[in-house]
Design a protein around this ligand. Sequence first.
Ligand SMILES: Cc1cc2nc3c(=O)[nH]c(=O)nc-3n(C[C@H](O)[C@H](O)[C@H](O)COP(=O)(O)O)c2cc1C
Length: 196
Amino acid sequence: MAFVSLDPEQPIWDRFFTVAPLVIVGSKQTDGTYDLAPKHMAMPIGWQNYYGFVCSARHATYRNIEREGAFTVSFPRPTQVVTSSLAASPRCDGDEKPILTVLPTRPATRVDGVLVEDCSLALECELDRITDGFGANSLIIGRVVAAVVDERDLRISERDEGEQIFDSPLLVYLSPGRYAEIRETARFPFPKGFSR
Ligand SMILES: Cc1cc2nc3c(=O)[nH]c(=O)nc-3n(C[C@H](O)[C@H](O)[C@H](O)COP(=O)(O)O)c2cc1C
């Protein structure tokens, strides 16, 4: 086996592929409209209902959430990969993202925000904390105050999990720059006696 050493003084993350989720974070802008931006560095923070993501402090998303104290997270399906990408369209001269006006959304229920329609899972979060200082990036963590999951994606004991995911596949982001639709899955081989 041959390994290639990577320079830890340089960002290493574009030198290989890693598996990540892809979510769309929503936040309220100063003009009262709503911003949407894709994020792949995102995950639950523990088993209580916290959700966090890494955000550049240069992005409007960061400033919006710091000011408004809330954000939403929509989990797109593989069929919504183009929608997710368009939410990263560059801003034009007036600092607007015109594409946002055509992405179908619905209002959030517990926070001032919008959620992307037809996603499998939608979270509404109140800002818990922002931790700055990871280079130009920060960790934004919210408390989940409302969550809805599409009936097709809800785990219920009577349903075969493999069939459920096959029928309603999941979107993964393969960083950098690729994605996959996950349909074929297998049960994880937990060791005997395992408990979390
Ligand atoms: C597939 C994809 C994944 C991204 N993941 C992240 C991420 O995890 N963190 C981040 O800060 N930006 C990420 N971005 C970039 C921003 O979300 C994007 O530039 C966005 O348009 C910033 O918009 P805003 O200024 O309205 O916040 C990603 C972009 C794409 C296309």
